[in-house]
Write a protein that binds this ligand. Structure first.
Ligand code: GLY
Ligand code: MN
Ligand code: MN
Length: 355
């Protein structure tokens, strides 16, 4: 079954006879359309892509299998015409994306009943195809190469922001469209902030430096974190590093299909708590990764979904001590039939850069 057929099998249980998809990520997933305006309308027979003059030619070349329709006035008016001519009585719309204002407009415009739906496209996106995996692998390779490069760039006096810019510049040079999120560079005491976006702080001797970054490549993300030291770190910071590394290695070694996100999270959490850092690993172990940097499934105390082959997740334990600093180590893995395969492959032994 292709993606459209799978989606149509869910029409009945959702009580709909057509589905409107407008969220940019789901829209790109279904169409390969890279523009910024347009809607997918799937009826039980047809697939329409409705867009305006600026994107019609692009849509015709990118949206294979779609009837491309241009709207001159309001897009809702063009959608209504299709709904009426295809006798659509119940239209599913993405409740997590559609604004209340748009919902009101659709209510005023369409005769069809509006049915809020969730997860129809996202459930397909959980399982990465061979070609998606190839793209995520390439995004991961770019991030790995950027890590090797940045080790030659970091020195005392360099600002966190400069490190972030260098990482992004390097990844773009390697073919990334952009960074997959705002790059985190958190050094010294700032390392205690799990999401400390790069600041003007200068990196100093004795600092641990946590760098969390990824490449956005052909619509897919990678997401890697490495923590390195400038000069010898204190014994305490070294102990934190060794703890996080052991937890990360153990989780990567043990995560496999059939486990829930809760069970995966527990592997690392148990080890970190056992070493005396209970309360200092205040986020989940990881998250799904694909067209979005954070997607399902979640590896966390709330992650009920069962892991299955083809899912891509991050594994990123961390320990954060206010006033002292922090460590996080993150890899991207794909769940396989007999375990998992690492997509980011950068070395994880503590790198001590000469100060
Ligand atoms: N960059 C945020 C994260 O690793 O989830
Ligand atoms: Mn990350
Ligand atoms: Mn992550």
């Amino acid at each position: 079954m292709n993606r459209f057929e799978v989606i149509r099998t869910q029409f009945e249980q959702n009580g709909i006879d057509a589905l409107l998809v407008e969220s940019p990520t789901n829209r790109r997933y279904l169409t390969d359309f890279t523009g910024t305006a347009g809607a997918v309308l799937l009826t039980s027979e047809d697939a329409f892509f409705i867009t305006d003059f600026r994107y019609v030619e692009q849509a015709k070349s990118q949206c294979e299998g779609f009837k491309v329709v241009q709207h001159g006035g309001a897009m809702s008016a063009e959608i209504k015409k299709i709904l009426d001519s295809h006798n659509v009585k119940s239209l599913g719309f993405e409740k997590a994306y559609t604004s209340f204002q748009t919902y009101q407009l659709y209510q005023e415009t369409f005769d069809a009943e509006l049915v809020p739906v969730a997860g129809i496209v996202e459930n397909l996106r959980l399982f990465k195809s061979e070609s998606e995996l190839k793209t995520i692998k390439k995004a991961s390779e770019i991030a790995d190469a950027a890590f090797s490069h940045i080790l030659t760039y970091i020195k005392a006096g360099v600002r966190e922001r400069e490190v972030a810019h260098e990482l992004e510049f390097f990844m773009r040079e390697q073919g990334a469209e952009s960074s997959s999120f705002d790059i985190i560079v958190a050094s010294g005491e700032r390392g205690a902030r799990p999401h400390g976006v790069a600041s003007d702080k200068k990196i100093e001797k004795g600092d641990l430096i946590t760098m969390d970054f990824g490449a956005y490549y052909k619509g897919y993300c990678s997401d890697i974190t490495r923590t390195v030291a400038l000069g010898e770190p204190s014994e305490e910071l070294r102990h934190i590093y060794d703890t996080v590394l052991s937890a990360q290695l153990k989780a990567v070694e043990q995560i496999k299909a059939g486990m829930t996100g809760i069970e995966a999270d527990e592997i690392a959490r148990e080890m970190i708590n056992g070493k005396g850092y209970e309360g200092h690993f205040g986020h989940g172990l990881g998250h799904g990764l694909g067209m979005e940097v954070h997607e399902e499934p979640r590896l966390s105390p709330k992650g009920n979904l069962v892991l299955e082959p083809g899912m891509v997740v991050t594994v990123e334990p961390g320990v954060y001590i206010p006033g002292k600093g922090g460590v996080r180590i993150e890899d991207d893995i794909v769940i396989t039939e007999d375990g998992n395969e690492r997509l980011t492959t950068s070395d994880k032994d503590l790198k001590i850069i000469e100060a």
